[in-house]
Design a protein around this ligand. Sequence first.
Ligand code: VG1
Ligand code: CO
Length: 550
Amino acid sequence: MAIQTIPTRAFEGQRPGTSGLRKKVSVFMQPLYLENFVQALFDVLNASADDGQGLQGKTLVLGGDGRYHNRAAVQTILKLAAANGVQQVLLGCGGILSTPAASAVIRRHQAFGGIILSASHNPGGPEGDFGIKYNAGNGGPANEALTEAVYARTQVLQTLRCSDAADIAIDRLGRQQIEQMAVEVIDPVADYAALMRELFDFEALRGLFARGFRVRVDAMHAVGGPYAKAILEDQLGAPVGTVVNAEPLQDFGGLHPDPNPVNAEDLMVHMAAADAPDFGAAMDGDADRNMVVGPNFPVSPSDSLALMTAHARLIPGYRDGLRGVARSMPTSAAVDRVAQALGIACFETPTGWKFFGNLLDAGRATLCGEESYGTGSSHVREKDGLWAILFWLSLQAATGRSVETLVRAHWARFGRNYYSRHDYEAIPVDVANALMRDLRASLPDLKGQVLGARRLVLADDFAYTDPIDGSVSSGQGVRLIFDDGARVIFRLSGTGTEGATLRLYLERYESDAAYLNLPVQQALADLAAFADQVAGIRRRTGMQQPSVAT
Ligand code: VG1
Ligand code: CO
């Protein structure tokens, strides 16, 4: 074994997006592409550790969602880590760690940080996507200052340091060695499951299953399967087969591991059947997202966050109440009303979990959520799909009420925020950029416009000042807000790998009991038409309707 110095070169486009660096597998498989990014990361970490020791003496966590290229990438990263001073790596067995589990492992072992290999909800396989992101010692996604520093370094880097050691056995638990670095292969589920036992009343959940409560969790052949099986079937006594598509596959079995009613179609079919289970849920590629569904009754992620907030005290881990809540800007304001009723703070952040980290670390927020099927809490620093599933199961166990009854009672008390996201996918980058540029330029003229009975009172580009460290993130999405609270939001996705994706978010509030049950798209049709009128979506993209509307 020896440490080699290898010449490298700058690659285009190594700037991380909303959640790490995501590219086609073929891009990641170019010689030195992954190496270049990881060496840049290690250079930045070596220069920035508070104790002046860089990665010397430090522990990193490593694992991924098991998609195509995961195993090879793990071996490469280990050899780079060994040559860059890392003392120890905690590696999920088989190279596997769900995103929330990686966060849990970093926190429980007080690691310096961790590398997560995932393109999350993006399709996998040789033709699909791969991704990598760095999480800091709090278990959460690196902040923008760090990801920008890594990007800058990728552009000037000239050499890599890498061990020429043989591959290690990543499927064998226990300790191995590369150069001076120890690799501890750990059970990917154990720490996470222990954390869930601390938060939830497992006895009560066992009772729920013992009484015959029927659940269908669709793991979409992604990394959540082993976690859901271990906790629901092995530890809580749910019947074998409760978790379906449970075996992680490198291409997710050709499914699109993005849990929404469109992509999780099979689950929706089962939940609409006459003999539907009592509760259904799905998770995404790296198991940080969740969709929850009652019989014939999908729950919007924004409503889910609001409901969890309203009932949190029923869960042992949140018995003492919540310090505050946070939602991303495009997420509906349903949770805001609950926070107000509870007398707790509600923060509005840009899209992406990294913006919740400081609020969670400072104890200012306990629950966080995004409209994109993500909810989580201070137990880790990522959103957490299985945690959300256990939360909803616990609510049903504690109240004896169904999903639909819980949600309808919530609307009756707080009113309903009709909500939908329209995605226009794979549009040419220049078309998308021109649309956003022209929209931004037109903002001063939009204020005061009238749509039916409502008037536009705010038209701006969202900027966020982090209340903890004062950092400013601007250009986070165009907001058009009406006097009745209705909102139309535009932003471009930062996780896609093909062209650009325009996300249009529509929301309006309804408190009249006679109008709580409208079809969602119908309830938002005038706002969608307004959005098209001001931004020229159909004219510019040539698309008559969104690729996906959820
Ligand atoms: C999307 C979602 C965002 C989420 C991000 C990562 O980002 O909108 O809410 O945090 O994906 O989720 P964008 O930039 O494409 O809108 V995951 O589960 O893909 O890590
Ligand atoms: Co994800």
